[in-house]
Design a protein around this ligand. Structure first.
Ligand code: MLT
Length: 264
């Protein structure tokens, strides 16, 4: 389904009872809402689960390609308004986690729980920003396909690459489904994101932190730092998974997600 929010057509999908516990799942960079398919299928009917494509990704409009984590938050809040959801549990993976953390900082009344997957609160280092600029240039010069080829092995565990080539193929296709403009816009948005670390101690809602044991982009140490700073948060390490823990070990991930949602 599509809805116009902040001048952009945003693509979204919904499952579960309208009166169920609202859960909005926010995908990582540079994927789309289908990265949550295995979770959508596994969630009980009493969870009103929503996934959507961030601007510049999947089937949402690309717009002018000038993005900010702030705009991603605005779009998500616009989607909550459209769906008549006052406050939702937010589940964000990596860039989705950056968005969830900024959303709870800006709109604490709209967030009733957090699931932070393979993410961190710190902004990019200078070295990271320079690397983003190089990636923008490479995508502009060479297109999305070479970028997708080199990115896939960095987000998946060796066991996933060896035993689940279908997962690697899905990830590659998700990346290739995005335009260079969308990918570059998201890279610049991530490079310019704020540091949400100072507000972690103010998070008083139920929070689950999940990380793949082999995640190298947002390693377990970053997830543990979130756990230590967010009062009362729970922490789970996903075996046989790297950065895309929900795709690499969906049964383990789903078990812990559902268990957490049951406590709300
Ligand atoms: C993601 O998975 O969303 C990105 O890899 C995060 C990042 O590059 O910082």
């Amino acid at each position: 389904m599509k809805v116009r929010i902040n001048g952009i057509a945003i693509n979204y999908a919904e499952r579960g009872l309208p009166q169920g516990t609202p859960l909005v799942m926010i995908h990582g960079f540079p994927f789309n809402h289908s990265m949550w398919d295995a979770q959508m299928m596994a969630l009980p009917q009493d969870v009103r689960a929503v996934t959507f494509d961030l601007r510049g990704h999947g089937e949402s409009d690309v717009g002018d390609g000038q993005y900010s984590i702030e705009f991603f938050v605005d779009d998500m809040i616009g989607l909550l308004d459209h769906l008549g959801i006052r406050a939702a549990a937010l589940c964000g993976l990596s860039m989705g986690g950056y968005i969830a953390l900024r959303a709870v900082e800006r709109h604490p009344d709209r967030v009733r729980a957090l699931v932070l997957c393979d993410t961190r609160s710190e902004p990019d280092t200078n070295e990271g920003r320079v690397k983003r600029a190089a990636t923008v240039l490479a995508v502009k010069q060479n297109g999305v396909k070479p970028f997708a080829r080199q990115f896939v092995p960095t987000v998946l565990a060796q066991t996933t690459l060896e035993r689940h080539p279908d997962v690697a193929e899905r990830v590659r296709l998700m990346i290739e489904g995005n335009s260079p403009l969308g990918i570059c816009g998201a890279l610049l948005a991530m490079a310019a994101r704020t540091d949400t670390t100072p507000s972690l101690s103010a998070i008083k809602i139920p929070t689950l932190i999940i990380v793949g044991e082999h995640d190298q982009l947002t390693p377990p140490a970053s997830a543990r730092a979130l756990h230590e700073r967010i009062p009362g948060s729970a922490f789970v390490t996903v075996p046989e998974a790297a950065h895309l823990s929900n795709l690499e070990n969906p049964s383990f991930f789903n078990e812990h997600l559902v268990k957490f949602l049951r406590t709300l």
